[in-house]
Design a protein around this ligand. Structure first.
Ligand code: SAM
Length: 292
């Protein structure tokens, strides 16, 4: 019986056997600590009824631990050079499918429909490539996929922004975008020493549990996100200034914006970072009705 993939010795052996060299541009930092992997799988609540989507299996460190506990694992890997390695390292597991594709271009919905009909719930679990963390998470959320949740390793600083509360210095448009769809919590911080090569930034694991519906009722989702972007465009400016300067035709519409703020009792002198998601929803709905 082979040792787990995610041990320093076995990882070194596999890399040597295949003459594999890391590509920094693909965010390749592999995990070499089974303890950390176990904890990630615990936080994801993976059981024999769970279908798991993994992004970036690398040489299979996390995939292996998922395969041991999940019903089915489907992993998207962009790097062709890893395919023969994964075929070898994951050969003991018959519940894993590796798809050679950039996850950002993948039709994840169809993959779910085709691969997970025997599963009761679907989780995304991954040690994400850090250069594309936010686009990957936003793609998964915006496509409204039938997911229970997403438990992923990412840069600590990005995890903090995603899970931030109003008025904290990390709170911004990313916090609202993520919390619109999910309940977000940083569940672990992870030292650099458990990766090869070690990344330049600190890491954390975030758990995003999908809400049954969006956190707030908004009349027009696209306008809600446009408003959020405008409100945080220049963090040091007041809400009113940001709206006037960054909403389309904001300058001409200044009197209407002021009127709506007054009506819903939000002081335009506040900063965007002080508004809760409920306040943004009220502002978005009020402005949408008044402007369109
Ligand atoms: N899961 C492995 C582990 O924990 O050891 C490797 C994680 S490593 C941080 C990220 C992996 O994502 C690499 O294998 C990389 O080749 C892959 N990757 C990078 N960009 C990707 C993309 N757009 N789509 C799918 N996989 C990607």
């Amino acid at each position: 019986m082979n040792k787990d993939i995610a041990t320093p010795i076995r990882t070194k052996e596999i890399l040597k056997k295949y003459g594999f060299s890391f590509k920094k541009s693909l965010g390749q930092n592999f995990l070499i600590d089974t303890n950390i992997l176990d904890r990630i799988v615990d936080h994801a609540g993976v059981t024999e009824r769970t279908g798991v989507i993994e992004i970036g299996p690398g040489i299979g460190a996390l995939t292996e631990q998922l395969a041991k506990r999940a019903k089915q694992v489907v992993a998207f890997e962009i790097d062709q050079r890893l395919l023969p390695i994964l075929k070898d390292t994951l050969s003991p597991y018959d519940n894993v499918t590796v798809i050679h594709q950039d996850v950002l271009k993948a039709d994840v919905r169809t993959v779910i429909e085709e691969q997970f009909h025997d599963c009761d719930e679907i989780m995304v679990v991954a040690n994400l490539p850090y250069y594309v963390t936010t686009p990957i998470i936003m793609k998964l959320l915006e496509e409204n996929l039938p997911l229970k949740g997403i438990v992923v390793m990412l840069q600590k600083e990005v995890a903090e922004r995603m899970a931030a509360d109003p008025s904290s210095k990390e709170y911004g448009s990313l916090s609202i975008a993520v919390q619109f769809y999910t309940e977000a919590k940083t569940v672990m911080t992870v030292p650099k020493t458990v990766f090869v090569p070690q990344p330049n930034v600190d890491s954390a694991v975030i758990r995003l549990l999908l809400r049954e519906g969006p956190a707030v009722d908004v009349v027009n989702e696209a306008f809600f996100f446009q408003l959020i972007k405008a409100s945080f465009a220049q963090r040091r400016k007041t809400l009113l200034n940001n709206l006037v300067n960054n909403l389309p035709q904001g300058k001409e519409k200044k009197p209407i914006i002021e009127e709506v703020l007054k009506e819903i009792q939000i002081d335009g002198k506040r900063r965007g970072e002080a508004l809760s998601i409920d306040e943004f929803a009220a502002l978005s709905n009020g402005l949408y009705k008044a402007l369109f």
